[in-house]
Design a protein around this ligand. Structure first.
Ligand SMILES: *Cc1c(COP(=O)(O)O)cnc(C)c1O
Length: 405
């Protein structure tokens, strides 16, 4: 009954040996800066851009210091200027509104439904009411909304779609890679995402002019020709002087770490999903808990799992979370009013001009619990986790019912 889970929810796997060897070579060379190459050498950062563009099936790619910087660069390169309205689903992490704010944009928050998906009807309503022509779609926690509906609305209303794929690197919708639905997509290689370089980001697009702006904004100076997956020189002729330098280049050391993990990403997706399905099947059997079925068109990456503590409700969830925590099971509650660690609810972003009431989003988040699934957890660990969560959940539901009667 009082079994404790001993592993850490923040312990990632070791960086592959090939990456460590390559990193040592780069450190010995002293050439960490992406434009610091000897004649005939292509930098690690440029090689990464070429390889990631091929992997993502995009024409162009830019490596950046972080996913958040990639988002900000994408917004600027797509044409967001001070005062531009940018639609954004309200369930996401703080770097998303932060990047819109940094680019001078004004977020127009959009509702999610009970499955954590952007609500296409609300997207249409908010787009029509605000006149916004940009939509930053965050595939939060890897839940991919109805992309057919979203792309159709964006086309009809002439909205530029920017995808935040921090949680969908390696995922697909109807066989198409997440990130290939909009005009530009952004990825993160921060430690808790699908590739771990400590910090880092990637931007992909098929739009030559946008790509050229992004490269210059990332801080290329006039060294842009050294990049790996870029449009031809003529495209840079106007953009190179029009785009501000926002200094967000990736260095060769981190690029080497990312390059070495790209070939194992697909296998890691499979390993995440094996762990995810054990948790999903186990949690779905707990009475009074809601674990939505994933959409049939979605090939997701189960690097975390969400469930709704519907029977407990917001009054009892803090106690349940705390009891699980005492047994080593770290659950995050997205409904908390106070931002905690990495999570925050949209109404705590006090710097926004306008914080709307979004009843559907608030109702969904009120019971949303979240569990990280690091690959250092075995399948047996996932079974143990399910057992502890089930015991605590059932116990807390019984307490709640006893108090009510
Ligand atoms: C992590 C994250 C980002 C930003 O990535 P960083 O590399 O940490 O800047 C953006 N969006 C979401 C949904 C994220 O989880």
């Amino acid at each position: 009954m009082t079994k404790r889970f001993e592993k850490s929810f923040t312990q990632q796997e070791s960086i592959p040996d090939v990456a460590i060897e390559r990193a040592c070579e780069i450190l010995k060379s002293g050439r960490l800066h992406r434009y610091n190459v000897v004649p005939g050498e292509t930098s690690e950062a440029s090689l990464l851009e070429t390889e990631y563009a091929a992997w993502q099936d995009a024409a162009f790619c830019l490596a950046t210091t972080s996913g958040g910087q990639a988002l900000q660069i994408a917004l600027r390169a797509a044409g967001v200027t001070p005062g531009t309205k940018v639609l954004a689903n309200a369930y996401t992490l703080a770097p998303v509104p932060g990047s819109i704010h940094a680019a001078g944009g004004k977020p127009v928050l959009v509702e999610i439904d009970e499955n954590w998906h952007t609500d296409p009807e609300d997207l249409r309503a908010k787009a029509e009411a605000s006149g916004a022509k940009f939509f930053m779609l965050s595939h939060m926690r890897g839940h991919i909304a109805d992309m057919d509906a979203i792309v159709a609305i964006c086309e009809e209303l002439d909205i530029t779609l920017i995808e935040d794929c921090a949680h969908t690197m390696g995922a697909r919708w109807k066989g198409i890679r997440s990130g290939n639905f909009g005009r530009v997509a952004c990825f993160s290689t921060q430690t808790y995402k699908h590739i771990n370089s400590g910090e880092g980001g990637l931007l992909t697009t098929n739009d030559a002019e946008l790509a050229s702006r992004a490269v210059v904004i990332s801080g290329s100076y006039m060294n842009y020709a050294a990049h790996g997956a870029i449009p031809e020189e003529s495209v840079f002729q106007t953009t190179r002087l029009e785009s501000p330098n926002c200094s967000a280049r990736l260095d060769n050391l981190r690029a080497a770490l990312i390059r070495a993990q790209l070939p194992i990403l697909q296998d890691n997706v499979r390993r995440w999903n094996e762990r995810y399905s054990i948790l999903q099947n186990g949690l779905a059997e707990i009475p009074g808990m809601r674990v939505p079925e994933r959409h049939q068109h979605e090939e997701f990456v189960g690097s975390s799992i969400q469930f709704q503590a519907t029977e407990l409700g917001p009054e009892c969830i803090p106690d349940f979370v705390s009891s699980c925590g005492k047994r080593g099971v770290v659950i995050k509650w997205f409904g908390a009013e106070e931002p905690d660690a990495f999570t925050s609810r949209y109404d705590s972003w006090a710097y926004l001009d306008d914080i709307p009431k979004l009843p559907s989003t608030l109702a969904t988040l009120a019971t949303t619990c979240d569990l990280r699934i690091p690959l250092t957890f075995s399948e047996q660990d996932c079974k143990e986790l399910t057992g502890i969560i089930a015991e605590e959940y059932i116990r807390h539901c019984e307490v709640k019912r006893a108090i009510a009667s």
